[in-house]
Design a protein around this ligand. Sequence first.
Ligand SMILES: CCCCCCCCCCCCC/C=C/C(=O)SCCNC(=O)CCNC(=O)[C@H](O)C(C)(C)COP(=O)(O)OP(=O)(O)OC[C@H]1O[C@@H](n2cnc3c(N)ncnc32)[C@H](O)[C@@H]1OP(=O)(O)O
Length: 719
Amino acid sequence: MAQYSLVSGSVGLITLKNPPVNALGAVVRHGIVDSVEKALSDPKVKSVVICGQNGMFCGGADIKEFGTDMKGPPLIPMFHSLEAANKPVVAAIEGGAFGGGLELALGCHYRIAHSKAKVGLPEVTLGLLPAAAGSQRLPRLIGVPAALNLITTGRHITAAEALQLGLVDQVADHNTVDTAVKFAQSVVGKSLDSRRISNFQCPPVPNVDVLFEEVMQKIRQTSRGAIAPIACVQAVRAAATLPYKDGLQKEKELMATLFTSGQARSLQYCFFAQRVVSRWSMPNGASWDTSKGRPIHKAAVIGLGTMGRGIAVALAQTGFSVVAVETQEKQFMDAKKAVAGMLERGAKRSGKVAAHDKIIYSQNLQAIADVDLVIEAVFEDMALKKRVFRQLSDVCKPGTFLCTNTSTLDIDQMAAETRQPELVVGMHFFAPAHVMKLLEVVYGPRSSPEAVAVAMQLGKKMGKVSVAVGNCRGFVGNRMLKPYRDQAYFLLEEGATPELIDQALEEFGFAMGAFKVYDLSGLDVGWKVRKEEGLVLPGGGSGKSARIRQGVRYSPLGDLMCEEGRFGQKTGRGWYQYDKPGSRDAKPDPWVHRFLEDYRARHGLVARRISNQEVLERCLYAMINEGFRILEDGIAAGPEDIDIIYVFGYGWPRHRGGPMFYANMVGLPIVLERLEHFAQANPDVPTLQPCNLLRKLVASGSPPISKWREAMKNVHSQL
Ligand SMILES: CCCCCCCCCCCCC/C=C/C(=O)SCCNC(=O)CCNC(=O)[C@H](O)C(C)(C)COP(=O)(O)OP(=O)(O)OC[C@H]1O[C@@H](n2cnc3c(N)ncnc32)[C@H](O)[C@@H]1OP(=O)(O)O
């Protein structure tokens, strides 16, 4: 609702009330219309202030309404009547004004923001554009280049930046509503014509065509198939080149295309999924609302390789005191230098002081005796990790949380080496750990809810999107990656090239195809793991054993590449060729094509034409099938957890919602039918066998993804 009151004898105060963010649902819109009518018709009222309750102006249109019939007053006429009012209307922005909330403020004659408030037009992140005239008013107010930047990125800006851009008229340090009321009284009687933004001409831009062409080109390169950023550019272009009324018409047409698009549905799903996963739960019933964490003041990082360095930086930048331990002399010296550089660069980017004084370096494990939490990031070797956990258990004070950054290993085996296994959890960061947003928090059978709560809270403080998952090989992310990668290799055997597969995946929207990722992360990493698992045979093996291991289909292609010393970018040769070791510019390599042809000839394989569609179906459906198995096994609490892991940690295009949402969009019967087809053709690939949960969902009429958790409960109770 919106509450109306008369304050200071002559100011009509309209307070938006729709917790938690005062979104502009139908009831609020009715409230605004009624309140404005009251204010404008009351002769005692000389000016109007609009604010939001509980220190929050407005989070925008109510996203939950988008899938409904959206009754109630529409936003555009409402904002026009505010702008046309003959009494000054002032927006008092506390907390934030986003999307429709900022568009409401742009319909007002003046805007006053609290110094801690943020504003923005994040519609693009929801697959939309600011279609309540925001795409037309903002460029008229702050100019085309600045508006283009805000509208196409959706970024939230501070009140200080908004003031600098001319988006707000004043910044208040204390009571924003009081300041706005006084301000509203002070402008009574002043002409309002110059305050009605829709009357403004866009400030002229030299070479407007060149500017839009450049921006469009950049967006086409970076948007990876997302349509909303392109529509945003087109809408701002209309503002720059057309009269307001025509621009508004263009905005409406563009919005009509976006509003019902699959991309908008996917992005809005991601918005809510991100919030769903923060409300974690464990199979034993413990959850975010019943389990309290403990405050962490001082943390330690053990092992200063690539991951340990990033984790130490992320902790220090968040404000934690960190003890960074590395026992090997050379690594220790290198790490100190590297961490200092990372902190300097971070400080330069953020404009803050580099947090050097937050880190104490040590080569001695005794230095961590008084820390509250340890994150172990030593080499991915179980024997080593077990030894470290034994030592940690001896050295640390009782009650210290012991976390491991392992990406695949069994955290329960590490917990078994400690005196308090309930305090052990996985904190799986993604490289580079100070940049990547995802954190998998892994609980084992003995992890306490308190330990999970601590890791989840720590992740949140560090600005990570944290997802709680169960303990299994590879957890969620890496477990699902395996069948995807297996399929990519099998497709090479069957006739594809790395470029063909990567192109299909990149056109789908992945930041990088499977083989470019291999080259980036190093082919030797997986080779080492496979050797430890006893999968690697010299020369790739021969005869029957060449393409079968432990009874299932296996491609030795990755092993053979490593035998050739082709480890990827670091050696300047991998699935692609590079100008020099360390270079990132991947070029197709005729050597690889010959290598594949020889391999096929040796194994009697006849290359066939492989379509992009087959690449997507084989790689993605195999991955999705594993996702269903993960749900069936109770490793992830719901499809949202899997999707958020993939969007934030594995380059899955956000506008496709995540693998499980994508399966839901494609249609579960289609996914099932294709998996059955591929499984029949590849009986030696068990990961293509459709799993029970998928079959049961299809048998029960393919409920929408929001109902899968319920369906999963039934499956679990039947198992
Ligand atoms: C067929 C043709 C049709 C044609 C066209 C029809 C057009 C009709 C539509 C017209 C619309 C025009 C344009 C306007 C569009 C918009 O305004 S879209 C919304 C834009 N706003 C946003 O993107 C902001 C989203 N919210 C946030 O970023 C954050 O929530 C916040 C505001 C910064 C606050 O953050 P924080 O304090 O961390 O809280 P959260 O945990 O994120 O959120 C708290 C709960 O509030 C819910 N929520 C937040 N915003 C909204 C919202 N806009 N609508 C609904 N719900 C919202 C959020 O989900 C949380 O809920 P719970 O998880 O249940 O706690």
